[in-house]
Write a protein that binds this ligand. Structure first.
Ligand code: 7TS
Length: 406
């Protein structure tokens, strides 16, 4: 489909904002994406006309809310091509999904001495929940190293995977490096030894087509707010055969079939994992965001964002003071920079005054910063709604910073 960038930008009212009297240049899309009008309207309309609790009421509004919530689940199922709708669990986001998953998987399957295999480029939310689980069940965390380009060392992966490995839990696209990992290859290798694989798709779901049946991944997580949907909503996908065996992470309303003081019978999937009143508006908003993304088209998104990343990379390469952190062959939408002698927080503050929003820090990936021997990076992350003029604004501002500190 043909997309007009000006028309697309009109879908996102916030992009017309000014900061400090300058046009907003929003290049912090890996942290969170902006929301199109249709998502904002959906949330507003829900609270104006439909707000009600789900699954419990026989009244009209409750029926509408329930239908829309369950329709959103089906929209997510279709988007990632899960086999069954009840394999889609609504959570509060990637972090919530990861914690629920690590807890529940460990309870179901991990014993002392078992190994969990992650990589050196994981977000803290795919490290810390496993460390907590390891403390509880006596399992051991193993880490696939990365090379100087920020690519997984696949030969080391093959050495690390063993009969003791019970799960491979891996990020699809690194939020700090932009590396796109060869997950298809890794899933195939792991499955040869009957090891299930969890994919952290927080930074890929909004950029790359994902078909969980084709990939054959066993679990997958992502956040609504990174794919143009609301905050406070996310997805845990899992194959039914595992989810049926795994215990719930939380107890309470909606996740039960019957309760006595002696015994509780848990509900069926997906409700077993959705205790308490859900983020109903968030789920419905996420469904709308996914429809919006489908309408823009993932092919268009890949082309537009690829052009922006290539253009920004070529500008960065022209500046001798700049080193790009993360130079993998396959990258998506993230440009992390180390500028010689200047702390990223100083860079971020000066860029901010020019209206340029980037993220500076360790991006919740401290092991990556240690691997590259830096405290932090300055990270620009692109969306299809960004323009080359905005990339120019970023680099004009960066040049100013470099001059100032020279
Ligand atoms: N996994 C990856 C790869 C991420 O990039 C993030 C968030 C998470 C997990 C956690 O997602 P959440 O929605 O639960 O917070 N990454 C970032 C970032 O790069 N800047 O801010 C949040």
């Amino acid at each position: 489909m043909i997309n007009d960038i000006n028309k697309i930008r009109q879908d996102f009212p916030i992009l017309a904002e000014q900061v400090y009297g300058k046009p907003l240049v929003y290049l912090d899309n890996a942290a969170t994406t902006q929301k199109p009008q249709i998502v904002i309207d959906t949330l507003r309309d829900y609270y104006l006309h439909e707000n009600s609790n789900i699954h419990r009421g026989v009244h009209r509004l409750s029926q509408i809310a329930t239908d829309k919530y369950e329709a959103a689940r089906e929209t997510v199922r279709e988007f990632i091509n899960a086999k069954f709708t009840d394999e889609i669990i609504f959570t509060a986001g990637t972090t919530a999904s990861m914690n629920a998953f690590a807890y529940s998987f460990a309870k179901a399957y991990l014993k002392p001495g078992d190994e969990i295999l992650i990589s050196h480029m994981e977000h803290h939310s795919n490290i810390v929940p496993w460390q907590i689980a390891c403390k509880d069940c006596g399992a051991v965390l193993k880490v696939i190293p990365i090379d100087d380009n920020g690519e997984l060392m696949l030969d080391e992966f093959e050495k690390l995977i063993s009969p003791r490995t019970k799960i491979v839990s891996l990020v699809h696209v690194s939020n700090s490096l932009g590396t796109v990992n060869p997950i298809q290859h890794i899933i195939a290798k792991a499955h040869k030894q009957n090891i299930p694989v969890m994919i952290d798709a927080a930074q890929s779901i909004q950029h790359l087509p994902i078909d969980v049946q084709k990939l054959d991944c066993d679990f997958l997580v992502f956040s609504g707010h990174k794919i143009y949907g609301p905050t406070g909503i996310g997805i845990l996908y899992g194959k039914k055969k595992f989810l049926d065996e795994m215990p719930p992470y939380q107890g309470g309303g909606d996740m039960i079939l019957s309760v006595t003081f002696e015994e509780t019978k848990f509900n069926v999937l997906p409700y077993k994992f959705e205790a308490g009143t859900a983020n109903i508006a968030g789920a419905i908003g996420l469904g709308e965001a996914i429809k919006y993304v489908k309408n823009i088209g993932l092919d268009f998104i890949a082309t537009a964002e690829g052009e922006l990343l290539d253009y920004a990379t070529s500008l960065a390469n022209e500046i001798p003071e700049i080193r790009i952190i993360g130079t993998a062959k396959e990258k998506s939408s993230v440009l992390s920079l180390d500028v010689k002698g200047i702390h990223p927080h100083d860079i971020g503050s000066i860029l901010d005054r020019d209206g340029v929003a980037v993220r500076t820090g360790h991006h919740c990936t401290e092991p990556i910063m240690r691997r590259f021997n830096i405290p932090a990076t300055t990270r620009a992350s692109f969306s299809f709604y960004n323009t080359k003029a905005e990339v120019d604004a970023l680099f004009a501002s960066l040049q100013k910073v470099i001059k100032l500190f020279a």
